[in-house]
Design a protein around this ligand. Structure first.
Ligand SMILES: C[S@@+](CC[C@H](N)C(=O)[O-])C[C@H]1O[C@@H](n2cnc3c(N)ncnc32)[C@H](O)[C@@H]1O
Length: 207
């Protein structure tokens, strides 16, 4: 595998030196996308938020800022991501508003109905068995809770399909594919939004 492929493959599970570089890059590189995605949370109340596939923790920090009364539990199966998220949100961790746990979204280490909002930025491409993972998210949400998915690929764009070929196990989903998996997993009222100029996609589903 060439260096470029090795580097971009770090998006799937950051590890080692290349993983550290990738995590720093993701925090800056995904900020505009995540902020656009979060605009679809306006009016959505939340007190307990699960930030899944949290990477470097910048989006957990932004959720803490947008929801000043909420607690954010970040989760990632990469040890580097968990460490970086805790460092990035040091003040909120010390204040008891933020924590980060190492686990896979396949088996979430949370009680049923523990959260009223779950978010997933640039991560569902890598989740093994979308419907099963979405069912786990549904399980840990309260009735009426929301799940926000935000992707820079709408599953049809050239860049997304190029990375799919390079990164093992990556799959860029279309809005209908995500909606179908969400419905099968138990969500209702699935709403998709596409950016007017870029192939960015946000899906908000209600339990
Ligand atoms: C492309 S990064 C995005 C990170 C961050 N959400 C952002 O927008 O910058 C994908 C993240 O999802 C995590 N991830 C992928 N599959 C996962 C799984 N099955 N369980 C938990 N985390 C996962 C990776 O370790 C990585 O940190």
């Amino acid at each position: 595998m060439g260096l470029f492929a090795k580097f971009v493959s770090q998006t799937r599970k950051p590890e080692g030196v290349l993983g550290k570089l990738m995590i720093n890059g993701m925090n800056g590189g995904h900020a505009k996308l995540a902020d656009w995605g979060m605009t679809f949370l306006e009016g959505v109340p939340a007190s307990d938020i699960a930030e899944l596939g949290c990477g470097g923790g910048r989006n957990a920090g932004e959720l803490l800022r947008r929801y000043p009364g909420a607690r954010v539990t970040a989760l990632d199966y990469s040890a580097l991501s968990v460490e970086k998220t805790l460092r990035y949100n040091k003040a909120a961790v010390a204040a008891g508003r933020c924590s980060a746990v190492r686990a896979s979204v396949e088996t979430l280490p949370f009680e049923n109905g523990a959260f009223d909002l779950a978010t997933a930025f640039e991560t569902v491409y890598f989740w093994p068995g979308l419907e099963k993972c979405f069912a786990e998210v549904c399980r840990v949400l309260r009735k009426g809770g929301r799940f926000l998915i935000c992707n820079e690929s709408d599953g049809t764009d050239e860049a997304g399909l190029k990375y799919e070929k390079i990164i093992e196990g990556m799959k860029c989903h279309t809005a209908p594919q995500l909606a179908a998996a969400l419905s099968l997993a138990g969500f209702s009222e699935v709403r998709s939004e596409r950016h007017p100029e870029k192939p960015w996609l946000t899906v908000v589903a209600k339990k």
